[in-house]
Design a protein around this ligand. Structure first.
Ligand code: MG
Length: 180
């Protein structure tokens, strides 16, 4: 049975832009240069500056609903899961705020919200991870699952249209028989 695992930060909810604005960090260069995946500003102070209000009061991405609705055309809602990373140096506040965020925006997904550093635990031949972090996609594919990289300023697809790319990749996987 096909299952789809959705990343949260930068897939369902805005992350990079509000984090940098909140901490008054220069957005330049934006999008990030090719080959750069982490900014040097990712320090202890950076992570400790992200409190409950930050994690909770973020807007959904412009394409969150489109991705979720696309997944619903492929699988039943109960086969859609959300898998998100715990923030470095987390005190747990990000987990609580993310659960509250999910309950507000996608309450039907709250029961299938998973926190894990390593998303490849769910990787099988009939699972797809939709994530903006290339390292996660690579690890997921290596573990035997399928991955779709969501274009973001922090990855090499940054110049691609998000929904055109995600839709094309998803249908390519379906046509390859991933759901059968
Ligand atoms: Mg992400």
């Amino acid at each position: 049975m096909l299952r789809i695992f959705l990343d949260m930060d930068e897939v369902l909810v805005k992350y990079n832009e509000p984090a940098h604005k909140r901490l008054d960090i220069q957005m330049d260069p934006w999008p990030w240069p090719d080959g750069m995946f982490e900014l040097p500003c990712y320090t202890q102070e950076f992570w400790q500056g992200l409190d409950y209000d930050f994690w909770f009061h973020r807007e959904p991405t412009d394409y969150a609903n489109a991705i979720v609705n696309l997944c619903k055309t492929i699988v039943e809602p109960e086969q859609i899961w959300v898998c998100t990373t715990i923030a470095p140096l987390s005190t747990g506040i990000d987990l609580i705020a993310k659960m509250a965020w999910m309950n507000l925006h996608y309450p039907w997904l709250t029961d299938r919200l998973i926190f894990s550093w390593d998303k490849s635990f769910s990787a099988v031949r009939s699972s797809i991870l939709i994530d903006d972090y290339w390292e996660n996609i690579k690890a997921y594919r290596k573990a035997g699952g399928h991955g779709i990289l969501v274009p973001a300023p922090s990855n090499f697809l940054k110049r691609s249209d998000v929904m055109t790319h995600v839709r094309r990749q998803l249908f390519k996987l379906i046509e390859s028989g991933v759901a059968s």
